[in-house]
Ligand binder design. Structure first.
Ligand code: G6P
Length: 589
């Protein structure tokens, strides 16, 4: 949700460098983009509505500059217009700011500034930041920023330049910012891929910290105490290829194929660590799984894994709803957050609520050093490599695999779990063959013109039916809804007409017979049944065969769903990597 990238360098081609890096963050927002770069003439600004990927910086003839800040926007406050695009500047064009987050009290601050005579050109909360810094500039650049952020309520990551200062200053609370240590240049970005072609050495900036950088120096301060903070250089393991599309047309397709390896990587964890997590779960009084979007559906699947494999009751709550359950939180409660990015604002808030009650917090994320991972008492990583398509694919199957392994560990059957998941990983690898992909594409072609689509599942495939609906909605914009099969006759069946496509996710467990009966009920109302199952059934009009996978059928069933969503999007002329109105990492509530 909004991408920030900034660079200060000894070389004077920072504008081009920053634009190229910003393109790697396009998945965070693609409503508009903008850059400010500094040279002897002052601060120059270029802003455009639309995607940064369409812009060629080599043709832009940027003037030489060794300091640049840039931003790709996912609009929250103010429509998609050039005047609302970042960076925002003060009246004299001497200070420029980019921002990710929401300043919740911006209206109050804006009114205060208007009374002081400030005029506003945009509808954003971000313009308040730059005008407020301007209003405090008598205290000096750095102090002005400190005084400004001290007034904010909400979450923010901001990067600021001043025409008269040879440095970049950044601060954060709640929204991500990572510093990249280059050779005679320093970077600040919302995510690592922005600077990965220049360096893999990073410093994590924590909440309520400020950093001042030049091309060769970086100084960190606490915004609470003003004290200087020492940071460790951390070498991260991602390489440039991991963050690129390679020969694939889209990130989504590449990431679907990455699952040939990622399921196995997710469960390749140390036994000690998994057993430590399992023991803590066993000793806890109440476990909550929380997450948003796809990660939320995985968390919901966790309820079934624990019921069947670990024979333990756990609760699921969408992270945004979780704070309403605060009365049930005890110091012995365990809250387990699932998040690909590790930066989702609703999840962070859920963890804050849990920590306030003294509860223990565990997390399962994909990004080492992410805010959620660092807030957690124990953090596990799915090791899926960067996931850049907005629609989550490989992260979901990796999360499912690791959660299932934990359920086996809680049941005292870690080895059994490992054996099953090894098989599943090889099943996924086998599934992703050209014939299977072509068959799924052909099914997508048959239904791409439909307006409505329904998905049913039972047991652990019920949350997967909901996940399927999310995938199809976001990538293809077909109206899709996922249900528990048994719920159909209580309302949704009224929507079924002759030819309405219905996807049926069949599990390899005791739910099999019932979900097939539900499919027959749909068929008798005229539905076109697309069965995703390990066995063919007469009621299927189209059949997508997946290998028999026992309690892990939810993982194998997701593979054709992901491919189907991708090809539905392509058939409908959409860009599967950048769904309308969405952002990859939702760092605002
Ligand atoms: C956004 C993305 C989804 C993702 C959700 C949770 O809505 O578009 O794909 O599932 O955030 O993200 P997280 O990083 O916490 O898993």
């Amino acid at each position: 949700m909004c991408g920030i990238f900034a660079c200060i360098s000894k070389d004077n081609k920072t504008a081009v460098k920053v634009i190229n890096g910003l393109k790697k963050l396009e998945y965070r927002g693609y409503d508009s983009w903008g850059i400010s770069y500094k040279n002897a003439n002052g601060i120059n600004v270029v802003k455009e509505v639309g995607k940064i990927s369409a812009f060629d910086p080599e043709e832009a003839n940027f003037a030489d500059s060794n300091v640049a800040i840039a931003h790709t926007r996912w609009a929250t406050h103010g429509g998609v217009e050039v005047r609302n695009a970042h960076p925002h500047l003060n009246k004299e064009n001497t200070i420029a700011v980019v921002h990710n987050g929401i300043i919740e009290n911006y209206i109050e601050l804006k009114n205060e500034l208007i009374k002081k005579g400030y005029e506003f050109k945009s509808d954003t909360d971000t313009e308040v930041i730059v005008q407020m810094i301007d209003s405090y500039m008598d205290f000096g650049f750095e102090k002005a920023i400190e005084k400004t952020v001290a007034r904010f309520e909400g979450r923010f990551a901001i990067v600021v330049i001043d025409k008269n200062a040879d440095e970049i200053i950044a601060c954060r609370r709640g929204s991500p910012l990572i510093l990249g240590v280059g050779k005679e240049e320093t970077f600040i970005a919302s995510d690592i891929p922005a600077f990965l072609s220049h360096t893999n050495v990073v410093n994590y900036i924590d909440d309520d910290e400020m950093v001042k950088i030049t091309s060769s120096e970086r100084h960190f301060y606490s915004l609470r105490t003003g004290d200087e903070i020492q940071k460790r250089d951390i070498q991260i393991e991602w390489n440039i290829e991991d963050a690129e599309k390679g020969d694939f047309t889209h990130f989504m397709l590449k990431e679907i194929f990455d699952q040939k390896e990622t399921v196995q990587r997710a469960v390749d964890q140390s036994d000690e660590e998994i057993m430590a997590v399992a023991e803590k779960i066993k000793k806890s009084k109440g476990v909550f799984f929380v997450g948003c979007g796809t990660a939320g559906k995985v968390a919901k699947a966790g309820e079934y894994f624990f019921a069947h494999v670990a024979k333990r009751h756990v609760n699921f709550a969408p992270a945004s709803e979780f704070p309403l359950f605060h009365n049930f939180l005890l110091p012995e409660t365990l809250v387990f957050a699932i998040s690909q990015s590790g930066e989702t604002a609703d999840v962070l808030e859920a963890l804050e609520v849990a920590q306030k009650a003294g509860s223990t917090v565990f997390s399962l994320t994909n990004v080492v050093g992410s805010s959620i991972a660092r807030k957690s008492d124990i953090s596990l990583f799915i090791k899926a490599g960067p996931e850049k398509a907005v629609a989550s694919t490989k992260a979901a199957t990796s999360q499912l695999a690791l959660l299932l392994l934990i359920a086996y560990a809680v049941a005292g059957k870690l080895e059994e779990g490992k054996k099953l998941l090894l098989e599943i990983s090889s099943n996924v690898n086998d599934l992703l063959n050209p014939r299977f992909v072509a068959h799924t594409e052909s099914v997508a072609k048959k239904i791409a013109h439909k307006d409505n689509l329904f998905i049913i599942g039972k047991g652990v495939n019920y949350p997967m039916a909901e996940e399927s609906a999310i995938k199809i909605q976001e990538v293809s914009q077909i109206h899709a809804e996922g249900f528990a099969g048994g719920e159909l006759k209580h309302g949704p069946i009224a929507m079924i007409e002759e030819g309405t496509p219905c996807l049926v996710l069949v599990g390899d467990d005791e739910s099999k017979q019932e979900i097939v009966s539900n499919a027959i009920e749909l068929k008798s109302r005229g539905a076109m049944i697309i069965g995703i199952a390990s066995e063919k059934h007469d009621c299927f009009d189209e059949f997508i065969r997946v290998p028999e996978s026992g309690v892990a059928s939810c993982i194998t069933n997701l593979i054709p769903i992901q491919l189907l969503s991708f090809y539905l999007g392509v058939e409908r002329g959409l860009d599967p990597d950048m769904p309308r109105n969405l952002a990859k990492s939702v760092t605002v509530k």
